[in-house]
Design a protein around this ligand. Sequence first.
Ligand SMILES: C[C@@](CO)(OP(=O)(O)O)[C@H](O)COP(=O)(O)OP(=O)(O)OC[C@H]1O[C@@H](n2ccc(N)nc2=O)[C@H](O)[C@@H]1O
Ligand SMILES: Nc1ncnc2c1ncn2[C@@H]1O[C@H](COP(=O)(O)OP(=O)(O)O)[C@@H](O)[C@H]1O
Length: 316
Amino acid sequence: MEAKQISASKDPSQRVRVRVPAKVNLALCVGSLADDGYHPLGTVFHALSLFDEVIATPGEPGTVVLTMSGEGLEDVPADETNLAVRAARLLAQRHGSPDLGVRLHLKKTIPVAGGMAGGSADAAGALLACAMLWDLDTIPDDLHELAAELGSDVPFPLMGGNAIGRGHGDQLVPLLGRGTYHWVLALAHEGLSTPAVFRRFDEMAARPDAAPASTEIPCAVAEALAKADPQALGKALRNDLQAAALDLRPELAQILQAGLDAGALGAMVSGSGPTCAFLAGSESAAMDLSAALAKLPQVRATRRATGPVPGATVLG
Ligand SMILES: C[C@@](CO)(OP(=O)(O)O)[C@H](O)COP(=O)(O)OP(=O)(O)OC[C@H]1O[C@@H](n2ccc(N)nc2=O)[C@H](O)[C@@H]1O
Ligand SMILES: Nc1ncnc2c1ncn2[C@@H]1O[C@H](COP(=O)(O)OP(=O)(O)O)[C@@H](O)[C@H]1O
């Protein structure tokens, strides 16, 4: 696309605030490692009411200055490798001009390295916030394309709701569903690296007794969403990365079992982990479940959330 001439405002009172959701994968079906170094996926994304905020204000030309607040920041890079900074740079380069500048503030609530796509949410939020701040001529497809370049999980937080993801998880189709679901998240003391979990998945898939890897999404998840049936959804949850995450972190199995014993309709590791996600039958069941899980020594903290919620949204 031709670069547009932009004279972005330097008025620091001008600011754009974007709220971006976390995700869980209701189904995460993982194929065999492909030549591009990625695993093909068939997944059902579900956006949760656990949000990061991205606040963009005008910056000096050509600069992206990042500040952050929230928990877990010691594990988040504050330099040019931060996904939100990379997103702002990529957007300026492809759809703006090198003169554009921005100050980005991330208010982080989504657990870092927790399998809930917090960094991806920040990148998605930065794309939308900067496109608005710089008044760029971008359409949603442009942002989606840049999002997929930044990471497999970055396009979904732009869309939100429920969606089927194929390819690396970046080829999205919205999935119609009914009902609001109550979730409890059990956060771990330490994050897990996504590439490390995929590597362990490969090692386990190479064992002679391993089931063949497949990206076929079982119908049960879409059927449960169509019927707004939390019981059926709880039974249908599936995560092919779970065995690898449990192999790396055996204590997660105890957390999952404790949640089921405390009445969860379903339990799974979220994405590549280590956050454990539990489906509850109602808001009050979620409160009870959260209280029970919070007592476990393996659990750093719990969060309650509902889903599905909309994707990246400009506030006020
Ligand atoms: C597993 C999932 C499920 O939604 O989420 P998380 O648990 O990380 O949130 C995603 O596929 C994670 O997406 P994301 O965290 O954006 O990963 P990327 O930055 O694209 O990839 C990081 C690395 O993970 C591995 N990777 C990622 C995606 C994929 N389909 N196959 C892979 O093998 C590759 O080694 C890649 O270099
Ligand atoms: N804005 C960001 N927020 C969180 N992590 C980030 C960010 N930018 C880069 N990262 C890196 O991405 C890694 C994965 O973090 P995150 O997206 O929170 O988890 P996950 O990939 O498990 O869903 C972190 O360990 C961190 O090094």
